[in-house]
Design a binder for this molecule. Structure first.
Ligand code: GLA
Length: 393
């Protein structure tokens, strides 16, 4: 939908014009999967798809929410005086949670607001639509209430909303990528210290293709939590032998030296993924800095294999997309991205091969899995922000 249409929808819905427009992107992750909550590195980037929030302040304490993506729910009303989580409030728990936790962090949000959300990130595809709505709300509150918030503080509040309000035990990667994204660059982030650097992604002859399995991510959050606790258990067994705070602190050599201390084949595989994936992510930055995109592609392939065999979070659909992608001409690298268990994969593909890539992978996937995949070209966009006039088309 065009912005003009959304402006009209806002006016029709709330009987007043919108005052300001905010945006937060979705994200993909180049490499460094399931490393954030293990104290390792990640390498995500913000995409140009995302969540728009048209908003206006109110004079009373009412909150009125409308989503053009869930228009069947109509306007959902809330109040600044009742910001607790309620299952029946559905998607509005995200903006409500953000409002509550920002207030608790000491930011003065002293009146209600009307907000219309519209997102063009496919929902539930693992491109972080939930972190996107959290951060869209964050920048909206910052703008409407003239707050002075350090961006990394806002990112941390977004993660707290997910962890303690919504109840998903995720790491910091998604909110960080969305809050700190920069056009043309990926963010190389140390999740233990939050030190980060922007790494320009220059692909003159190639593009990043997002491949959506269109498979619902069933059991994703329970399996996610299971992997987290498996890593915690492996770490605590290793800590009996070596003094480290997280799996992300271990080099691959240290891991090989001490892995017997884990004493369980499955836990050892989980930890091995975390340690080697972190090493690959560190190496990916070095390769990228030298302009060696081919080497980054090989690291991406290895990352997928490890997520498939050691971490076991891929499944038939993601494996079919990625394995098929590997066999196509012009593919530099391909892997799943995000939490796994369905969702999306990415591939770096030479431009001249993209059309045949999409049709070959799409056909093969349909044959094997009986589902139609979707393909999107990823452009690397900026982070969460208020949109200026030129950006509102
Ligand atoms: C989800 C979580 C992130 C991260 C990834 C896996 O996207 O929200 O914190 O753990 O899975 O890398």
């Amino acid at each position: 939908m065009k912005m003009e249409g959304m402006g009209r929808l806002f006016a029709d819905t709330f009987n007043r014009p919108a005052e300001r427009v905010f945006f937060a992107p979705g994200r993909i992750n180049l490499i460094g999967e399931h490393t954030d909550y293990n104290g390792g590195h990640v390498f995500p980037l913000a995409i140009t798809f995302g969540t728009y929030a048209l908003a206006a302040k109110r004079e009373d304490n009412k909150l009125r929410f409308y989503s053009a993506n869930f228009s069947e729910r109509g306007v959902v009303e809330g109040s600044l005086d009742a910001l607790g989580y309620r299952e029946e409030d559905g998607w509005t728990n995200y903006p409500k949670g953000m409002t509550k936790l920002m207030q608790e962090a000491g930011y003065s949000i002293n009146t209600g607001y009307d907000v219309l959300f519209y997102g063009n990130i496919p929902n539930g595809a693992g491109l972080s639509s939930s972190a996107s709505i959290e951060m869209a709300t964050g920048v909206m509150l910052e703008g409407l209430f003239d707050l002075d918030i350090d961006r990394i503080e806002m990112v941390k509040i977004g993660q707290r909303v997910e962890n303690y309000y919504i109840g998903v035990n995720s790491g910091i990667m998604d909110q960080f990528a969305i809050g700190m994204g920069k056009a043309g660059a990926a963010i190389w982030l140390d999740c233990e210290t939050l030190d980060f650097e922007y790494a320009p992604i220059e692909l003159p002859d190639a593009s990043i293709v997002i491949m959506n399995t269109n498979k619902r991510r069933e059991l994703a959050s329970s399996k996610y939590n299971e992997r987290r606790s498996e890593c915690e258990e492996a770490l605590s067994r290793l800590q009996k032998q070596i003094d480290v705070k997280s799996l992300g602190e271990l080099t691959t050599d240290q891991f090989e030296e001490y892995r017997a201390a884990i004493g369980d084949a499955v836990l050892e595989k989980r930890a091995r993924h975390a340690v080697y994936e972190n090493a690959r992510t560190i190496e990916a930055l070095n390769k990228l800095k030298r302009g060696d995109v081919e080497a980054v592609g090989l690291l991406m392939n290895e990352s997928h294999r490890s997520l498939e065999q050691d971490y076991e979070v891929t499944g038939k659909e993601l494996d079919t997309l990625v394995h098929t992608a590997w066999n196509q001409p012009g593919v530099i690298g391909a892997r799943m991205t995000g939490a796994g268990f369905g969702g999306c994969a990415i591939a770096i593909v030479l431009n001249e091969h993209i059309d045949s890539f999409i049709s070959e992978v799409g056909n093969r996937y349909k044959e094997e899995c009986g589902i139609e995949a979707a393909f999107y070209m990823a452009a690397i966009g900026g982070g969460a922000r208020e949109l200026v006039r030129e950006e509102i088309k």
